[in-house]
Design a protein around this ligand. Structure first.
Ligand code: GLV
Ligand code: MN
Ligand code: MN
Length: 421
């Protein structure tokens, strides 16, 4: 029997099952000799494979049809009366992590999607529209660039050959790693694109926690610019080479790092981070001949982000002359800011308020798969608070009640949408 689950029927979500699955996934990638280091499940690593296998087994327990596309994106499908994916609602996120990650970034969203599917199964309901739960490959972009690569591919923003040719920070080719871990699937991504996409995520910033607000209704998301900078100077003796005669790649890199911080300080909204730096040859008494560093620059305003990029490029031109070094720049990722669907955002806000929760319309500071899905379907995001705004850190934490609360908001929105044909 088909039930219109928008009207009248209101099954409740099993928070215990959700929390248990979060804990199980959080245990994959933990180095038990260093539990304080959190978990590391870099995209397409052995740890990622273990987490994927677990996710797929959970999907099968719920009798979802599991499909894997050629980028290793995993989908669990709960067919509705209308079995088409083109009219489906997808709930998704990612299960790869950064190095030494917390337990929630990404995993919370995917497992909340499963919790919605479980609720529907346990209530014996069949929605009018199809529900898909998605886990996208390499959202974090730590091992392979760009970030959000699986969802970018899914949305048609990067070709399969280019994506599979990407080299990891360890030199491995993405395509080889996909095959090695058994997740080079054959499902056609274009045939799996949904009509709507929801992503539930921890905020990863301090706003909700510090203001005591329950639910973030995410309206837009910052543009992201990632670059790799290589500076070539001349190695020489640290004790004998006068300062005025140096072509010190390390010092030039340091000037770049300081410039970026000052650019952010004076910009009115740009955020800049240098998260990796390598000097060669790397010896205490040798002036570095080569410096390599990465730049993460973000802004919700595209014009200001472009101005920031241009300002930094002009600075690097000057730096070459002033320090007598060669500078080369490689773009690793560049995504424009995104505005989410207003109707979906309104639905999230109304549902949260209906549950007596406080809400705040906000911008996402972090990148998310939703940013890519917004290219192909109506998309919105729900945030729950992150304690003290800590994320990309093993100490990332959200109280269980708030995790379950967020999943219940997701469930209500999903049931509303799924009931409508
Ligand atoms: C993804 O976590 C990002 O870097 O925003
Ligand atoms: Mn994430
Ligand atoms: Mn992340």
């Amino acid at each position: 029997m088909t039930v219109d689950i928008a009207d009248g029927v209101r099954p409740e979500l099993d928070g215990t099952a959700l929390l248990e699955q979060i804990e199980v996934l959080a245990g994959i990638g933990v180095d038990h000799s260093r539990p304080e280091a959190g978990r590391t499940r870099l995209a397409l690593s052995d740890q990622d494979r273990l987490a994927r296998d677990r996710l797929v087994s959970w999907m099968k327990e719920l009798e979802l049809e599991v499909r894997v596309d050629p980028m290793g994106n995993i989908f669990g499908i709960l067919a509705g009366e209308d079995a088409s994916c083109s009219n489906a609602l997808m709930i998704g996120s990612h299960i790869d992590t950064v190095i030494e990650a917390g337990p929630l970034d990404g995993a919370y969203g995917v497992l909340s999607g499963l919790a919605v599917a479980r609720t529907i199964r346990l209530a014996g309901l069949r929605p009018r529209r199809t529900l898909m739960v998605g886990a996208f490959t390499n959202e974090e972009g730590v091992r392979f660039h760009p970030d959000m690569m699986g969802s970018l591919f899914f949305a048609g923003g990067i070709g399969l050959e280019e994506a599979r040719a990407a080299r990891g920070t360890d030199g491995a080719a993405l395509g080889d790693e996909l095959r090695r871990i058994g997740y080079a699937g054959d499902a056609d991504p274009a045939a799996l694109r949904p009509a709507e996409y929801l992503e539930l995520h921890v905020e990863q910033g301090p706003v909700l926690d510090s203001e005591g607000i329950d639910i973030g209704v995410v309206e837009d998301l910052q543009g992201i610019s990632w670059k790799r900078i290589v500076i070539e100077g001349t190695a020489n003796h640290a004790g004998t080479t006068p300062i005025s005669m140096r072509h010190d790649a390390g010092f030039a890199a340091a000037r770049g790092i300081v410039f970026l911080r000052e650019l952010a300080r004076d910009s009115g909204g740009t955020r800049t981070t240098v998260g990796t730096v390598f000097f060669s040859p790397g010896a205490i008494n040798v002036i570095p001949s080569r410096a390599e560093f990465t730049v993460d620059m973000r802004d919700p305003d595209e014009d200001r982000l472009s101005r920031g990029e241009k300002g930094f490029m002009d600075f690097l031109d000057r730096l070459e002359g002033e320090e007598g070094v060669n500078v080369s720049v490689e773009t690793l990722a560049r995504f424009q800011p995104v505005r989410f669907d207003r109707g979906l955002a309104d639905a999230i806000e109304a549902v949260a308020k209906g549950r007596g929760l406080s809400t705040l319309r906000m911008t996402s500071g972090a990148g998310h798969d939703a940013q890519m899905l917004a290219r192909v379907c109506r998309t919105a995001m729900i945030f729950v608070p992150s304690r003290e705004g800590v994320s990309h850190n093993p100490a990332e934490f959200t109280p269980s009640e708030q995790l379950v609360q967020g999943a219940k908001v997701l469930l209500d929105v999903a049931l509303q949408r799924l009931g409508r044909s």
